[in-house]
Every structure is written in C-alpha cells, then in structure tokens.
Design a protein around this ligand. Structure first.
Ligand code: ADP
Ligand code: MG
Length: 698
C-alpha cells in the first residue's frame, strides 16, 4: 500500500525547495510523516473574544475584534516605532511595531474590521500589544480556530519566514491531503481496552484540537504509545535473551565466601549491603542470567558487595572480572581487594593498558587456565586477546562511562553469558532507570556505613575569598587535603570564568608553603594518572582540577571540596564532586563558590545541595529542574532518549503503567506470534530500524 506520509516535504503546498532545506536542517523534517510528528509545544485558546475594557496587563494573551482608528510613527532611530490606535467601541489600545514599518502601513487599513491577537503590556498607562497577529475578521472563523497550536522554531527559521504561524499553515495543508484515516500503529484490541483515541484522531487533534478534552486524550494516546514501545522493546529483548540463553547456576555458597565473611570482613555489613547481596545470590541461583543495576550513593560500600558476589562465582567454579573506567580506579580496587582477601586462596590480577610484556602474558595465561580467579582492570579487559577459562561474573563499576556495546562484549567472553552487575553512584531516578535499563533489575544501597559524618555544604559568594582560604589553610595544617574544582571551559565561551590555569597560579601564590597538583582533561592520560597519584599518595596537599576527578577516586584524607563557579554545574555533577570528600572519619566540607548574580533555578540548585546529602532526592530534583534530556549519564551511555511527547519527569506513573501492559503482552505472547499482536511486532521492528539507539537500550 502506498503511504502518502512518506512524501518529501518539499512537495507540500507552501514549502518548496528553499523552505524544505530549512526544515531539513533545522528540525529534521524531511517527509510529511516528520511534520505529522512535529508536535506543538503549547496551545492558545482563540475561541474567545475579549473587550478592551476587560483587559489588564497580567493577561497572557488577548484577542479583540475592532478597527484601527489611525496610525502614528513615534520616536527616532532605534526608538522609531509604528503605533496603531485600535478600538472595539469599549476603549482604545495601541498596537506597536518596531520593525517593518513601511510594509505594515501599506498592508493594514483604517476602518476595516480586524481580529487582533497578542500579549498585552501596560505602557504609560495604556494597554500595548507589540507585534500582534492580525487577521481580517471576515476571513477568520473563530469557532473553527479553537485552540491554536504553537510550534517551536529557530532563529534561522524565523528569518526564512517560517514562524509558528507558518508551520501551522503547513500542518493544515498537510491534513487537507490526508483524507484517508492514518493507519493505526497499535492493535485494535489495545486501543479498545485502554480507551485510547485512534492514531488518526490523536494526530489530528494534537495539531488542531477540537476542544481541550480531545487535546488531553490525544496527548494521552501519543504518550502512551511512545512509552509503551520503549518498554515493549526492552522487554522483548529481555524475553528473547532469556529464551536463548540459560543463566549459569551458582547454587552454593562455599568456602571462600564463608571464610571471607567470618575471618576477613573488617566490619559489620550494613543492612542494605546484606539485602543487596541476598538479592544477587538469589538471581545467580535462579537459572536466569542476572542483569542487575546496583545503585548506591558515593561511599555506600558497593565495592564490598561486588567482591562478595565475585566470591560466590569463585565458589561455584567460575572466574570473575571487575571493570573500572580509569587506571587509577582499577588500581584502587585492586589494592583494596587484595587487602580484603589477604590470606585467602584467591588469585587476583590487575590488567590495564600499562601492563605489558611478560607480566601481561602471565596474566593472560592464568586467565585461560583458570588460575587467575579475579581479574580487575580497565577497558583493556575487553580486548580480544583476553580470554577466560570460565568467566561467570562481571562487575562494571561507575557504569555511565561504559557504553552498551561494551557490556555486550563482556557477555561474549563465555558461551553462556556471565552474570552482570552494573554499579553506579549516579543515582538514577526509578522512572529513568526503567527507560534506560528497562531489562535490568535494580538494587539500591540506601544506607551509609555507620559513623560517617555527613559532608557539610556551604554556599559562599566569591568575594569572601580571604576567609575561605583561612578555612582551607586550617584544614591543611591539620593534615587534611583539599580539592579545588573549576568548570570546564570551551574555547568559545567568554573568559568571565576563572580558567583553570589562572586558578592554579592563584592558588600556588595563596598557599606558598604547600604543593599543588593540577589535573585537567586535555592532559595525556599517563600524565593525568601520575598527577592524581601524587595527590592520592599525599605528596601534594591541594588538587586543582576540572571535573575529571568526578568519578570514584578515593582519598579518605581529603576533607574539603571547593567548587568554583558552582553555578555552572548541574546538580548531579555537584553531588558527584561532593562525594569525593567525607570518606574518612573527619568532618568534611563542600564549599560552593558563586558570583552574586544567580538565576532562580541556580539558587534552587544550590539550596538543594546545602539542604540534603541524599543522592536520590537530588537526582529527582535534577530531573524536575532540567528534564531528562541532559541528565548526566544518559549521554555518555550513548542512549538518546528521543521522546517526542512523553516526559520522564512528569509521566512516571504512565511509564509504570505501560510497562505492566507491555510485560503482560510479552508474557502471554512469548514467541511474538499471536495474530492479534502482529501490528505490534511489525511496528517494533520498524522502530528498531529507524532508530538505532532503540535497539541499543537493552
Ligand atoms: P562506593 O559505594 O562509593 O564505591 P566504597 O565501596 O568505596 O564506596 O566504600 C567506601 C568506604 O566505606 C570504603 O572505605 C569501605 O571500606 C567502607 N565500607 C564499606 N562498607 C562498610 C561497612 N559496612 N561498614 C563500614 N565501612 C564500610
Ligand atoms: Mg566505588
């Protein structure tokens, strides 16, 4: 069947090659279908006319019917403007234009009945409407206008006369072509059962709502479908994988685990750690391959959970592998784990890019024979030359630095894929975790080990430097170490931010008696590692850095985190940075330094940071303030959350609901063959093809 919506946008009445090029470039609209799915961002009720005597300056929009009494040009130079005195018989207001004066005086006439629409403001005691929409009254049938759609446009588009109003016209032209009902993308039974509008009704009403009720229903239907397919996609993958692979069964808890628990464990596990280990044990004994996301705030003790899970694998005759995003982190894990396993018969090796030659060969051989029980490393463990005797368990630390492809690479290191535990300190709100990692089960460590003093967070304006430095000096004199973090600077940005180099020199001058490390992203990895290591070893007292230190470094002796230009950082980034301190027994501090000029949103961010140390509360607040699009972690994981209408922050409940709907379908139609669902699997296949990232989600 020929699908008219595939037609090139340039053939739509009112477009043509030039505008088509703009639509392609600016909005990614190439076909009628793309325009159909370019939804308005708001609607304005244009069914109602107001009278001038009702208007006050606080109304968002007004619509009046009346006539222009006279024109007047006022002011000189840049102040020059055209004013039309407009009356509807109940009063007079001014319509004002700052541009296109010549053109306008020719276009609009006095004593013609117009409908004008715009935002009222008060100026010199009179109501003004700047750059109003004007239509000849007899040409505009208000009853059919109802809710007028508003479309986002870009500066370039506006220059090409493609404003919201123009897009509205194009959408109208498109619908006049689409006389046949648009083909449905959900099975009929599902549309019925969940009381949804048909796709045809929904798409027509999302652009031109007949009334607010239909608009609401259209939005619901489209959000439902969008989230539903995200979930169906993930659950389908997960089901297919379950059908294809049996999970390795780790049935017993053996000697190594028990010895470790009784003899080596230096402290009591927290209840949260115990609970999570139990969840993991249950997974690994279930016959299903485990894919578990372990979320735990910085310092909550994830490493221990990882280690004990790996010991279960070892007791069942398998090897384990722990992967970290940087050499320094891998090295820290290696040392910690060797120390914790002291005296037990477990061979642990460290494999990074800088392990070469004979040592490397030795490790690779040990992995093949099974003599190496635990391999800890960086990306280097993914290389094809790294092969195991029987890899049963993989732990990925600080997951957001790893892409999905890498996860898949690890699976393939055994005939039956190993169990996977992904650990992250970026607390991802539940709703988002479900969308991103829908097939991962989620465990949460929601409790810090006892005796930790919460980091004290202080917001300080940058003119209080003297007292700030006094505080820092005092901490260093007591033997502590200090981080000072600067925001990343892009070439194009103005130099109103202190750049790292300046900051470094400044700090060296202010603290002449102490040694200062400097680390930033432009340094060579080896250089960076070396400089970090100096700080870790306590050779330097102050670390001046960009956000490269964000992830995972553990220097318990560091007690102060100063964040310069804190207004430039996102909430979760601030929280991650703060997590670098407060790891020892001493009271730690996080100082957020900003200028005086702050936006309302920034003020809120800083308030939240000062008020709470709870990463999940912060993540939720972050999601609400910024929306999911630029939430940290999502970009790095290579997953684009290309939702057109649903909003993860606001539609969490609907997401949960459609997940259940999708789950039920996948459970009842295990092989995906039931005829009444045919349309689902077809649509899913099409979506996977058009959007590569969809497939990557699982
Ligand atoms: P993260 O979750 O950030 O990776 P770590 O695993 O590095 O945290 O643990 C942070 C610190 O807390 C480590 O020094 C670790 O030894 C300590 N720790 C972990 N679990 C406990 C516990 N149950 N009781 C006391 N200290 C603990
Ligand atoms: Mg950690």
């Amino acid at each position: 069947m020929f699908d008219i919506t595939t037609r090139d946008i340039k053939y739509l009445q009112g477009v043509g090659p030039q505008r088509a090029a703009i639509l392609n470039k600016e909005l990614g609209i190439y076909s009628l279908h793309d325009l159909l799915y370019y939804f308005p961002y708001k609607y304005v009720d244009r069914s109602r006319l107001y009278y001038i005597h009702e208007i006050d300056g606080n109304m968002p929009y007004i619509q009046l019917k009346g006539e222009i009494l006279s024109f007047e040009t006022i002011g000189e130079g840049r102040q020059r403007r055209l004013v039309a005195h407009f009356s509807d018989g109940t009063g007079v207001i001014d319509l004002v234009w700052f541009q296109g004066i010549k053109y306008l005086t020719g276009r609009y006439k006095v004593h013609t009945e117009y409908i004008i629409f715009g935002k009222p403001t008060m100026f010199n005691g009179r109501v003004n409407v700047a750059h109003p929409d004007i239509d000849v009254s007899s040409e505009l049938v208000l009853s059919t206008m109802g809710l007028q759609p508003y479309y986002n446009t870009t500066e370039k588009m506006k220059r090409g006369m493609l404003n919201s109003r123009a897009l509205e016209k194009l959408a109208a032209n498109m619908f006049s072509l689409l006389v046949e009902p648009l083909p449905e993308t959900l099975p009929y039974w599902l549309v019925e059962k969940y009381h949804l509008l048909t796709l045809d009704e929904a798409l027509r009403n999302i652009h031109f709502p007949k009334n607010p009720e239909l608009l609401r229903k259209a939005q619901y239907r489209l959000k439902f479908e969008e989230l539903f397919y995200v979930q169906l996609n993930i659950l389908r993958y997960s089901k297919d994988r379950q059908r294809k692979f049996r999970g390795l069964i780790f049935g017993k808890v053996g000697e190594t685990f028990n010895m470790f628990y009784e003899k080596n464990l230096p402290f009591e596990l927290t209840n949260a750690q115990k609970r999570v280990i139990k969840e993991i044990r249950k997974d690994m004994g279930s016959g299903r391959q485990m894919n578990r996301l372990l979320q735990g705030d910085v310092g909550s003790g994830k490493t221990l959970v990882a280690l004990m899970s790996m010991l279960i694998a070892i007791d069942n005759g398998y090897q384990a592998c722990l992967m970290a995003p940087t050499e320094i982190l891998a090295g820290q894990h290696y040392e910690t784990i060797c120390r914790l396993l002291f005296g037990l018969n477990v061979r642990v090796e460290l494999l990074t890019g800088s392990v070469k030659g004979k040592k490397r060969e030795e490790i690779l051989k040990g992995l093949l024979t099974g003599d190496v029980h635990i391999l800890i490393g960086t990306h280097a463990v993914l290389e094809d030359t790294v092969n195991f005797y029987s890899l049963g368990m993989v732990v990925i630390d600080e997951q957001h630095r790893f892409g999905v492809a890498q996860r898949a690479k690890l699976w393939n290191k055994n005939v039956s894929p190993p169990h996977v535990l992904v650990m992250t300190a970026t607390p991802i709100p539940r709703t988002l975790a479900m969308t991103l990692y829908g097939d991962l089960d989620v465990s949460v460590i929601d409790e810090l080990p006892p005796g930790r003093k919460p980091v004290q967070t202080i917001h300080q304006f940058d003119n209080r430097r003297v007292s700030l430095y006094q505080g820092i000096r005092k901490q260093i004199e007591e033997g502590r170490q200090v981080y000072i973090v600067y925001p990343l600077i892009k070439e194009s940005e103005k130099i109103d931010i202190k750049n790292l180099e300046e900051g470094y020199e400044h700090i060296c001058e202010a603290f002449p008696g102490y040694k200062v490390s400097k680390v930033h992203g432009k340094m060579k990895p080896a250089e960076k590692e070396e400089e970090m290591q100096r700080f870790v070893n306590g050779e330097t007292q102050i670390m001046v850095a960009t956000t490269v230190i964000e992830v995972g470094v553990n220097v318990p002796n560091a007690s102060v985190m100063v964040i310069e230009n804190a207004e430039r950082f996102g909430l979760s980034q601030l929280h991650q940075l703060r997590g670098r301190v407060g790891r020892g027994a001493d009271q730690s501090y996080c100082i957020l330094v900003t200028t005086y000029k702050l936006t309302e949103e920034t003020r809120k961010r800083l308030e939240i940071m000062v008020r709470t140390n709870d990463g999940f509360e912060i993540a939720e607040a972050d999601l609400k303030l910024r929306g999911p699009g630029d939430l940290e972690g999502t970009q790095q994981s290579g997953i684009a959350l290309d939702l057109k209408i649903a909003d993860i922050a606001r539609d969490g409940q609907l997401l949960q609901y459609v997940r259940e709907v999708a789950q039920k379908i996948v459970d009842e139609d295990v092989a995906g063959v039931k005829p009444e669902n045919e349309i689902l699997w077809k649509q899913l296949k099409a979506l996977r093809k058009t959007n590569v990232n969809w497939a990557a989600i699982s």
